[in-house]
Ligand binder design. Sequence first.
Ligand SMILES: NC(=O)C1=CN([C@@H]2O[C@H](COP(=O)(O)OP(=O)(O)OC[C@H]3O[C@@H](n4cnc5c(N)ncnc54)[C@H](O)[C@@H]3O)[C@@H](O)[C@H]2O)C=CC1
Ligand SMILES: O=c1[nH]c(=O)c2[nH+]cn([C@@H]3O[C@H](COP(=O)(O)O)[C@@H](O)[C@H]3O)c2[nH]1
Ligand SMILES: [K+]
Length: 498
Amino acid sequence: MFDDGFSAEKLFNQGYSYTYDDVIFLPGFIDFPTDAVNLSTKLSRNIDLSIPCVASPMDTVTETSMAVAMAALGGIGIVHYNNTIDQQVDVVRFAKAHQFPFVSELIFVSPSESIHCGDEFGKSQTIFVTETGRNDSSLLGIVTKSDWERLSDSEKEGRVSAYMEVNPETLPSSYNFKDVAGCIASKKLKFVPLVNEDEQVVNLVTADDVERMNSLPKLGLPSLGKDGKFLVGAAVGTRESDKERLEHLVKAGINVLVIDSSQGNSEYQINMIKYVKRTYPNLDVIGGNVVTKYQAANLIKQDVDGLRVGMGSGSICTTQEVCAVGRGQATAVYKVSSIAEQHGIPVIADGGISNSGHIVKALSLGASTVMMGSFLAGSNEAPGTYEYKNGLRVKKYRGMGSLEAMTKGSDARYLGDTAKLKIAQGVVGSVADKGSVLKFVPYTIQAVKQGFQDLGASSMQSAHELLRSGTLRLEVRTGAAQVEGGVHGLVGYEKKYF
Ligand SMILES: NC(=O)C1=CN([C@@H]2O[C@H](COP(=O)(O)OP(=O)(O)OC[C@H]3O[C@@H](n4cnc5c(N)ncnc54)[C@H](O)[C@@H]3O)[C@@H](O)[C@H]2O)C=CC1
Ligand SMILES: O=c1[nH]c(=O)c2[nH+]cn([C@@H]3O[C@H](COP(=O)(O)O)[C@@H](O)[C@H]3O)c2[nH]1
Ligand SMILES: [K+]
């Protein structure tokens, strides 16, 4: 081998904390096409994914729509727990009731109610009628906006039972996109509700939705569990009350658990892992967060099935500033994965991902997946609505350790303790509109495949082999090299990734 560049082992043992932008890989040898790159991977010991992408357990990132879209793409979403047990369980249940890449807004009324104005339809063209006026009872009828608009004023004052369409055409919610699109086309339907075994509506698909989906990149293999349903993960903390939460989440069918903490090497976490392993031996448990070999070894001893790596590297994180602990994310991922790999434990590189190059770096430094918050928070699938700031369409994105997130219904979790002085370790901000994850994640993955090809790695396993054998060569970029590596010297430009 030529003496050129450094091996990761040498580079990361010099006393510096490096982040993704600090390092650059030297290209390898290409003898396969981009499409031959296989990025299928493991989230944890027993959970396989076809793409290495995980949505963060944050209340501005992962609820039903994100969980469903990520699973449809072949990744996974981890549902946050900054809410009541019932709310978190509903998000999981609803996500698992789908075989569909997206979830439409559904509006319900009871038969005795009236629809007074067109705004009640929201963005939808259809209102569903059920006995309870909620999604938890079977479908009795529907009212479409166009039919409702044709009613006289006195008819509009009356109960919906007087004019709703009974026995509307429905399809089983077990149908996948292709099945539903086929029925919509062959029966020339404008829309069709999808219903579960109890005739409860779980989704609404319109002809426009089908057209929109057909214009997106083709989806790969979805993430499905043994039950044939979408894989969905959930996060919990380490309090006594989290045990009750977990019991309900397991009943709702979660496939994997993330124990959420910024410093996972604690007695609380170790006790929680022991409890979960004892009580739910078939549930994969991901521990963290950790950034050192020492922290990782303690959780590995408890037989965790996955490790989440990152402290202070997130875009909304202020932990390193507030507490003076953490680590540059490239170093953290390399160090933790070197020990995790010896025990066959997959590593999630959590936080600090802002482009496809960061994903290539995280995976080539030993991670098996990346967890993303800000990268996904501006999507249609993230919770919340878009607003305008300085002419830019944005969505709110906040740290789970921000004062705002901590005081939102989670007082018991943080503030009801003896600790009276609250210290924030995160901020509240916003991120630009990025459209649907169903569009930009496939493009991102294609870019990651190109990166792997340049390195000469045709799979996750081969990338990890290049790393461990020292074949992967890298260097630190000086400040000037980083400037050179970005766009520079132009008067103005527009950055478009795809
Ligand atoms: N990855 C990162 O760099 C960071 C992430 N975060 C995120 O912010 C949120 C809050 O994180 P943390 O503050 O680390 O949450 P945490 O729940 O681990 O800790 C919050 C506070 O509660 C205490 N605590 C935790 N478990 C306890 C138990 N069983 N009994 C008694 N006291 C207990 C801890 O000592 C700490 O003071 C999480 O969602 C986390 O992922 C926060 C900071 C950094
Ligand atoms: O220091 C922190 N204070 C916080 O309030 C906070 N909230 C989330 N996180 C962590 O950041 C990750 C998401 O980071 P990105 O936006 O960079 O993807 C997430 O996946 C978390 O690991 C926090 N870290
Ligand atoms: K940070």
